[in-house]
Design a protein around this ligand. Structure first.
Ligand code: HEC
Length: 113
């Protein structure tokens, strides 16, 4: 039992260490539904040269934003920020969808897609 507890501690310490990174930039695989959400909303501005939105995979544009932390980005996506409309014109997106969509756009691995 004590061993188990110790393991749990190690595990949660690891978890919180991950959580304290500025943001998880690991790319995600969007679900089919999330892909549709992306096509119908975010993509119209975030994959649109000349748009003031940070473009998908553009590290220079995303870096200072990612530094705010993923949680702050999700919140700003939901409430809107400057020229980014509240919710990014996605009425059905859940906070989990926003998180996935943001990772999708901010991750360097998906650049150019
Ligand atoms: C109508 C155009 C438009 C759409 C649609 C849109 N965005 Fe944006 N988005 C912007 C613009 C413009 C900015 C830059 C705002 C600024 O000046 O900081 C932005 C910024 C952001 C940021 C950075 C926020 C920050 O705190 O710096 C996130 C995250 C984001 N968008 C997520 C999304 C997601 C997710 C979607 C789709 C659900 C989406 N956006 C759809 C225009 C759009």
């Amino acid at each position: 039992m004590i061993q188990r507890l110790a393991l749990l501690c190690v595990f949660s310490a690891l978890l919180s260490a991950c959580g304290s990174k500025p943001a998880g930039l690991e790319p995600v695989t969007l679900t089919d539904a999330q892909n549709k959400l992306f096509e119908n909303s975010c993509k119209n501005c975030h994959v649109q040269a000349g748009n003031p939105a940070p473009q998908m995979g553009d590290q220079a544009a995303w870096e200072p934003r990612v530094a705010k932390g993923l949680e702050a980005l999700v919140k700003n996506a939901i409430t809107g920020i400057n020229q980014m409309p509240a919710g990014g014109m996605c009425i059905t997106c859940t906070p989990q969808d926003y998180e996935a969509l943001i990772r999708h756009m901010a991750a360097p691995a998906v650049q150019g897609k």
